[in-house]
Design a protein around this ligand. Structure first.
Ligand code: AMP
Length: 205
């Protein structure tokens, strides 16, 4: 089974994708992470970094090549959960995974901005914190320095949300016409969203 997850920045898509893929024994293909793992020695690293830090989409031919290389190296298990491939219809022209379902997480724009601008990542264990929602004592449990992703500034988040609402809505409309879309409210806590998503999927199988 191949599933595409879509949702605005801050909808918890990455965390939810990780949990769902573990519960369903599927691979989690996280495009943002694949791009962030490109080493500085790569010939196109500077170009990639320029797009990513501005919150712009990286040229699709490059991203498609990296995804195909990544998939070729992993066990197909029970399928793939894609997070980040299908942000625009252009993506699918470069590489079409033939999705069976498209799950769309829905969240008001102002909540996206608050969640993303408050996101901090521990430099030693990559644990994700949020200055607005996690209590300070919990923040102190992390012994590394808390850093903000370059594209988590208000300006870059707004740019990424503009792309989401202009480009990704066309992708949603495309899959709506094939009756493949499942909509999920992304306001509850991740565990509840995971359960709602799995139940919704099972009811469609
Ligand atoms: P994310 O971690 O999913 O928010 O993605 C971070 C950044 O990676 C995006 O702002 C883009 O610069 C880049 N990116 C992720 N997915 C794609 C894609 N499908 N096509 C082009 N660029 C992408």
């Amino acid at each position: 089974m191949r599933i595409l997850l879509l949702g605005p920045q801050g909808s918890g898509k990455g965390t939810i994708a990780k949990k769902i893929s573990q519960e369903l024994n599927m691979n989690h293909i996280d495009v943002g992470n694949i791009l962030r793992s490109v080493p500085p020695s790569h010939p196109r690293y500077d170009e990639l970094n320029k797009y990513m830090s501005a919150g712009e989409l990286v040229p699709q031919d490059f991203v498609a090549t990296l995804i195909k290389e990544h998939i070729a190296e992993i066990d197909p298990k029970d399928g793939y959960i894609f997070d980040g491939w299908g942000r625009s219809l252009e993506d699918l022209k470069h590489f079409d995974p033939n999705y069976d379902f498209v799950i769309v997480f829905e969240l008001p724009r102002e909540i996206s901005i608050k969640r993303i601008t408050g996101r901090r990542i521990c430099s030693t264990n990559n644990k994700v914190y949020n200055i607005f929602t996690l209590p300070k004592e919990e923040l102190l449990e992390c012994d590394g320095e808390l850093v903000q992703r370059e594209d988590d500034t208000e300006e870059a988040v707004n740019r990424r949300l503009d792309i989401y609402y202009s480009e990704t809505s066309k992708v949603i409309a495309h899959f709506e016409s094939q009756a493949k879309v499942i909509r999920i409210n992304a306001e509850p806590l991740p565990d509840e969203i995971v359960q709602n998503t799995i139940s919704a999927l099972k009811s469609r199988l």
